[in-house]
Design a protein around this ligand. Sequence first.
Ligand SMILES: *Cc1c(COP(=O)(O)O)cnc(C)c1O
Length: 482
Amino acid sequence: MSAEPTRTTESTAFRSGLEAIRGVEPRIADAIGAEIEDQRASLKLIASENYASPAVLLAMGNWLSDKYAEGTVGRRFYAGCRNVDTVEAVAAEHARELFGARHAYVQPHSGIDANLVAFWAVLAQRVESPALERAGVRQVNELTEEDWAALRRDLGDQRMLGMSLDAGGHLTHGFRPNISGKMFHQRSYGTDPESGLIDYAALRASAREFRPLIIIAGYSAYPRLVNFRLMREIADEVDATLMVDMAHFAGLVAGKVLTGDFDPVPHAQIVTTTTHKSLRGPRGGMVLCDDSLADQVDRGCPMVLGGPLPHVMAAKAVALAEARQPEFRAYAQRVVDNARALADGLTRRGARLVTGGTDNHLALIDVSGYGLTGRQAEEALLEAGIVTNRNAIPRDPNGAWYTSGIRVGTPALTTRGLGTAEMDEVAELIDTVLSRTSVGTTRSGKPSKATYALEDGVAKQVAERSADLLAKHPLYPGIDLS
Ligand SMILES: *Cc1c(COP(=O)(O)O)cnc(C)c1O
């Protein structure tokens, strides 16, 4: 296949689209055009971001967006859903085949929404259904006022065991600022202070004492593998449902880098994910589950979700079809190889990494080794054109706002085509910036946690080297808007 025809077609498609937008609101056309330039110019190490293919992007920009399609395939509350049915069925079929899941629900608008669908599916299965049975009725509408009040109290009185935030867990795993923390009594499990790895023995002891309804596994800042077989064993011992939120590493599961004990799908009763992180699809979410939860999961809309986004489900179908190609397996393996090369490169230059390295797509640099807070490091790196984010590390002395960590991930740069040798150069650039950044002072002359000073000329020098690196791997080479 020659590259030229695709390139012309892609450019034409995006150019015509932008022209139409420009005719209505030029500022938006400008912002869209400027965004591709920003993305092209930055060394993106944000572990949760990626670059979706032009086919995925185009699947979202069309009239599928005009349809209401509450309900599920073949059982809609609206007429005229023939094509949306096709879209949703194809997306779900790809998801089931790709992940080897019994059931897939592709409507959630985001990872948070997928988690809400999962929480309520488990609550419906384990708290609401038994209450209906006890009362001898089929629907909540048939309950007496007293029984309904008792059920509502029960639903709000359940326990969840999730990974602590500073060990890399996510806000939606039962923390108070998120609705999950208001719904559930929550207790956290964490990592061993010595190894930095999940402490399964402590987790088991905590589960036995706390007796949670749900044990939730999954993370957004843990650089190692999770043993889901062991997690399921612990969940079974205490009669908890194992839920895995694979938002960050779904691409590594899809690409068969995480298999056996490290593949959550055969072990958990319910698995949630985003579709836009390592999976490289459109911004969205998804739920996979076994047969026992399928009906409850399918009630996600209108239970907690607004009407489905048919255009995004179309893009999910395209991305999942892409992920079933052999090229995606090679991509997933390169993501992990690149993360290891980046981690090794950093370690060799003296950086301290949480757990000493990585087994997945991300690494966590403890920047206190450079005398900096995460906030200072993040801003100094950004000044030099390196996009990362600050992140708490286990038992972080600087708290969740300033932090002591910088999270780096390789899904995006790997999509761009960078390889392991180039990751070593990226490590060199990061180390250069961090070792030549000093702590700023507050107005009263005290050391500040927020301000920093980067030595003269470093930002420019690093930006030039990173531009050279990126020029070798053009982003969206088929799209020319000029
Ligand atoms: C990113 C993430 C989410 C939230 O995804 P959104 O699409 O932003 O709602 C949920 N859980 C985990 C573990 C994540 O990493």
